[in-house]
Design a protein around this ligand. Sequence first.
Ligand SMILES: Nc1ncnc2c1ncn2[C@@H]1O[C@H](COP(=O)(O)OP(=O)(O)OP(=O)(O)O)[C@@H](O)[C@H]1O
Ligand SMILES: [Mg+2]
Length: 427
Amino acid sequence: MTTVTPTTATQAAPLEHWFPTTGQGPGTSFETSLRSRTLEQTEALARACLPRCGITRVADVTDLDILGIPVFHTMRPGAAPGLNTVTSGKGVTAATSRVSALMEAIERTWCEPPRDRVPLRASYAQLRARDVPVLDPRRLVLRRGHSWTPEEPISWWPAREVVSGLEVLVPALAVFTPFPGECGMLRSNTIGLASGNNPQEALLHGLLEAVEQDCTAFGETLRRGYRIRPRSLPSGPAELLERFQQAGVEVQVFGYVNDIGVPALFATTDDTNAEDGMLINGGAGCSPDPVVSLTRALTEAAQSRLAVINGAREDLNAQAYRRHASYEEMREMYRRWSLDRVETDFADEFRNESTGSTAGDLDLVLSRLEKAGLTVVLAVELAPEDLPFSVTKVIVPGLEVHHHDPRRLGLRLHRELVRTGRAKPLS
Ligand SMILES: Nc1ncnc2c1ncn2[C@@H]1O[C@H](COP(=O)(O)OP(=O)(O)OP(=O)(O)O)[C@@H](O)[C@H]1O
Ligand SMILES: [Mg+2]
C-alpha cells in the first residue's frame, strides 16, 4: 500500500501503513461481518453501557412479522431531534440481530455533537493561511446551490488520515449527526458511521457502508446493475430467500458494481399477499465477500419490513406518501424501477475476495479506493476513552451519495453520466 497525502497536510513524516491496532485475537465471522469478540462478550459489554447511552429497552420484534428472520429494536428516548429514537438490528440468528441493534444504538449515541467540547470556528482561508492541515470542503461533494465560500467561518473537527496517521481538520458537519447544515453545504448523515469491538473493526464497517452508498448511487442514477437469477444463489442466502417466498413475499436480487470493485448487493421485497405499498422494501450490503453482502441485504430487507410493521421509527414519516398511493401504483413504480438490468448468475459476477481478517479486508478496500482515485480516507474516533467499543466516522472525499441527496453529485458520477449521454460536460 502506498501512502497518500491529504489536501494540504504536510506535518509529520507519513508512516508506511497506519491502522489502529486491535490488541485482539483473530477475526470471527457471524455470517454478516468479521468480529474480534464473541457475540456473548460483545453483548455483555454493550448491556453494561445501556444506562450510560440512555438505552431503555431492547425488544425482539421478530414475531410481529411472518418471516421469522430475527429483528431487534432498541429505544433511546433521549436521541437528539433528527435522529431516530428507535434503532434496528438484523442477523441470521437472534444473538447476531440483538447485538447489531445494541451496537447501532451505541453508534448513534456517540455520533451526536459532544456537549463538553466545542468545534473550532474558522474559515478555510484562515486555516490555509496558518498552514493548518485541513480538508478542502469542496472535496466532500457539496450540495448544489450552497453558499459556502473559503472566507466563511464554519465548524471544524480533527480527523485522522487513515494511511499516514496525519491529523487533518474536516468540517464538523461531515462528522456529527445531527449537525446544522452550515451554508447549505450538506445534510449531516450517518453514512460511514460504525461501532465495533475495536477501531479497526469500526473503520472497516464504516468504510464498507460508505462504499455501499457509492455503489448504490452509481447503480440507481445510471440505472445500471445486474439482476441475479434467484436459482443461482449460494445456499445461505437461498435459504433466507425461501423464507420470504414461503410467506408470499417476492424477492429480487441486484448487484451494483462500479470502479471501486467492491460491489454492493441489494434485495427488494414485495408482499404479494398483503398487497401493501408500504411493504415494498429493500436492503443492501457491501463486503469483499458477496455472500456476506447478500446475507446483509436480505436480513436488512426483513428489518425494513419490521420497521414499517412496528411503525415507531421517526424517519418512516418520509414514506407517508405511499399510504396515499394504491398498491397497484406502487407496484408499477417498482416494476419500472427494476427494468433494464442485465441478468446474471451469482457466481459469474461475484467472487469472494475477503481475506478473512479485518486488517486484510481493510487493506483490500483501501487499495481499491486508491485505484479508483479515492486516495484520502479520514476517520474520527467518537467513543469516549473508557467505552469498551470504538465508534468511528469514516469520511472518504469523493464518494457519491446522489440517490440519498439528489443535490449532491460528484465528479466520478458526473463523468459517467456524461460518458453515457445523460449529462452535459461541465463548461
Ligand atoms: N458483532 C458485532 N460486534 C460489534 N459491533 C457490531 C456487531 N454487529 C454489528 N455491529 C455494529 O452495529 C452497527 C449496526 O450494524 P449492522 O451491520 O446491523 O447495520 P448496518 O449495515 O450498519 O446498518 P445501516 O445500513 O442501518 O446503517 C454497526 O455499527 C456495526 O458495526
Ligand atoms: Mg450502519
